[in-house]
Design a protein around this ligand. Structure first.
Ligand SMILES: *Cc1c(COP(=O)(O)O)cnc(C)c1O
Length: 215
């Protein structure tokens, strides 16, 4: 399936993140050896271990909920954090990135699903985020866009409408940021819904099971 999805992404001008959580280093290397460099993990410990073992030119994407006390383990090498879901986390990334003199790229994770378990900002919280970003409170952080997960349901209309909501929020934030050159990633779509996500404007999909098999 990897080749098909990669070709589909190239055709749609979308970036593919191979979600490798729970997969072994050997499984990751199989995909890496096909020329793929972008991999996504959702747990800090697993990410740190795999980073130590695998080729340093892999671009690691953190896609899972992050605790502030674990940030310093991944900031030195992480390529993009998709899962920034609170101002407190954003503040802490700034603090720690400053200490190691790095600039860290992040996405704002939005809560778009109706399910109660999903992390993410609510729309109302964006005003404050925008204010802080525009007020140059995050010189060591580059906010590159947004991420979201649709509800885990069969109903295509539901999924589509959640992706539409995220795309609208993405455009809204973009229109309010004073610096928009770097704000251009819309990370949405997984194995079950990536086609719908791309139709609704996604330019980065995070696919695990379709590439590696069922977890
Ligand atoms: C696990 C995960 C994915 C990939 O899920 P699949 O259904 O295996 O494609 C994508 N995004 C996030 C945030 C995940 O945790």
């Amino acid at each position: 399936m990897f080749e098909e999805i990669k070709a589909y992404c190239n055709n749609e001008n979308a970036q593919l993140i191979a979600v490798s959580k729970t997969r072994s280093c050997a499984e990751i290397e199989l995909i890496y050896n096909k020329g793929h460099k972008d991999f996504g993990e959702n747990r800090v410990q697993e990410l740190v271990e795999k980073n130590a073992k695998l080729n340093p030119d892999i671009r690691w994407h953190m896609i899972g909920h992050l605790q502030t006390n674990k940030l310093k383990l991944i900031l030195p090498f992480v390529h993009l954090i998709h899962s920034v879901d609170s101002i407190r986390l954003l503040d802490e990334i700034q603090k720690q990135a400053f200490k190691i003199d790095k600039n860290v790229s992040v996405l704002l994770q939005m809560k778009i699903a109706f399910e109660a378990t999903k992390y993410g900002f609510k729309k109302e919280e964006l005003t404050q985020v925008i204010k802080k970003v525009n007020g140059n409170e995050y010189p060591n952080v580059t906010v590159k866009g947004m991420m979201g997960m649709a509800s885990f349901v069969e109903d295509e209309h539901q999924i589509r409408s959640e992706f539409k909501t995220l795309n609208t929020l993405f455009e809204l934030v973009k229109s309010k940021l004073s610096q928009t050159d770097n704000f251009n990633i819309l990370s949405m779509g997984m194995s079950q819904d990536y086609n719908i996500a791309i139709e609704e404007g996604s330019n980065m999909i995070r696919v695990g099971s379709l590439i590696f098999g069922k977890r």
